[in-house]
Design a protein around this ligand. Structure first.
Ligand code: C6P
Length: 412
């Protein structure tokens, strides 16, 4: 599977034709779906892969000698290999989880609990999603370690001098988002990894908003853990991946107990399966993994670099068009951004903006985006957020801007 940049520019009309949901209307208008950071839609090949599994090979994995179980196991392990290829990893380094949230909790409660003690530091940034804050808070409460937070600038970029000042020989874990869901900022992960490793810390990357928008190679980035969610990259909900560096996964204890994660069980003693199976207790989301692999193949065939280039162009257009809207303030103006246009408009509550946009068929997310510290940093209770995906068009940005004119009319 090729993740490289040889693919031609994105043919958005053809891409749109692959997404059945995009033909529907909302409030009598064509759907303008600009809520991709919350969840993307699924293309036909993903829907087909799921249907094919349930109609042809449905069974449990790793448990049966019968034909269907063998087929299901093969498809599930093929999906693992596909996700390994997608991230430039080895299949033994791919743990299937419910999504980014569970992936980050796995690192905190397996690696973190086994490693941290009082006096150690966990370094986060001010732009993290709650999924990359709360597990570390829980871990610090349990271990006596200290949480430290790297500040961000008014543009929504990491303050790298502060990062260096907070990083030290007590830092055991650096947890940072690849792309901020509230601001769109792309963080310099390879550079942060280099600095984290220089003090002997591991780096855990929240890739929920990274993997859908750009090629990710865990070895080029030199990260220790990378978490992603299927539903944000055109795959199913309830499935995600944790990449973990093999030596780390091999040394990590289980964090949930149950079937499939064991080698043998007696009441006296249980021994555990190898990684990654040790971290997959119970029947996994088999159809989800198969659907996720189909999504990874789909966006890889389009070309992640072609996707990044197209979305960068659309983001620039959206930034320019929104800049023309009187009274609009962008929240998140980093030099390197991906796919997110967060804003406030005069003193109109973002929920009112979202409701009026919905009347016009335009779907955006409004609220704190599970990133309350970001809202607090920018002095707003909430923002409206248009977030881009592979099927969005310039005409949809125009529709957003036209709908915002309606919002202004209503509140004039
Ligand atoms: N952000 C948004 O609207 P899950 O729910 O586990 O698939 O992903 C959690 C998560 C973690 N990190 C980042 C950067 C995210 O953006 C998200 C999910 C959605 O922004 C829903 S809150």
């Amino acid at each position: 599977m090729s993740r490289a940049s040889t693919a031609p520019a994105l043919d958005v009309a053809r891409v749109r034709a692959d997404f059945p949901i995009l033909t529907r209307e909302v409030n009598g208008r064509p759907l303008v779906y600009l809520d991709n950071a919350a969840s993307t839609h699924r293309p036909r090949p993903v829907l087909d892969a799921i249907e094919q599994f349930y109609t042809v090979s449905n069974s449990n994995v790793h448990r049966g000698v019968h034909r269907l179980s063998q087929e299901a196991t093969q498809l599930f392990e093929d999906a693992r290999a596909t996700m390994a290829g997608f991230l430039g990893a080895d299949a033994r380094e791919i743990v299937f989880t419910r999504g980014t949230t569970e992936s980050l909790n796995l690192v905190a409660f397996s690696y973190g609990r086994a490693t941290l003690q009082a006096g150690d530091d966990v370094l986060l940034t001010h732009m993290e999603h709650h999924a990359n804050i709360v597990p570390w808070q829980l871990l610090c409460e349990q271990t006596g370690a200290t949480l430290k937070v790297v500040p961000i600038t008014d543009a929504g970029e990491l303050d790298l001098d502060a990062f260096d000042a907070l990083l030290g020989d007590r830092t055991r874990i650096v947890a940072v988002t690849h792309v901020s869901n509230a601001l769109g900022t792309i963080n310099p992960i390879a550079e942060l990894a280099r600095r984290a490793h220089a003090v002997g810390a591991v780096i855990v990357v929240d890739g929920a908003q990274g993997a859908p928008h750009m090629a990710v190679d865990v070895h080029t980035l030199d990260v220790d853990f990378y978490a992603l969610s299927g539903h944000k990259m055109y795959g199913p909900t309830g499935i995600g991946v944790l990449y973990g560096r093999r030596a780390l996964l091999d040394a990590m204890p289980p964090w949930q107990g149950g079937g499939d994660m064991i080698r043998s069980v007696t009441f006296e003693q249980t021994t555990y399966n190898d990684a990654p199976f040790r971290f997959e207790a119970g029947t996994p989301n088999i159809a989800g993994a198969i659907g996720l692999a189909a999504a990874a193949r789909y966006i890889s065939a389009l070309g992640l670099d072609a996707i990044a280039a197209r979305e960068a162009e659309l983001l620039a257009y959206g930034t320019q068009r929104l800049g023309e809207v009187e009274g609009l303030r962008m929240i998140g103006t980093a030099a390197h951004k991906a796919g997110v246009l967060g804003f406030v408009l005069q003193d109109i509550h973002p929920h009112d903006i979202g409701t009026i946009l919905d009347h016009e068929g335009v779907a955006v997310r409004t609220g704190h985006h599970c990133a309350q510290p970001v809202m607090e940093r920018f002095g707003v209770p909430a923002t409206a957020r248009a977030s881009l995906g592979i099927y969005n068009t310039h005409a949809e940005i125009d529709a957003l801007v036209a709908a915002l004119a309606k919002v202004r009319e209503v509140f004039a």
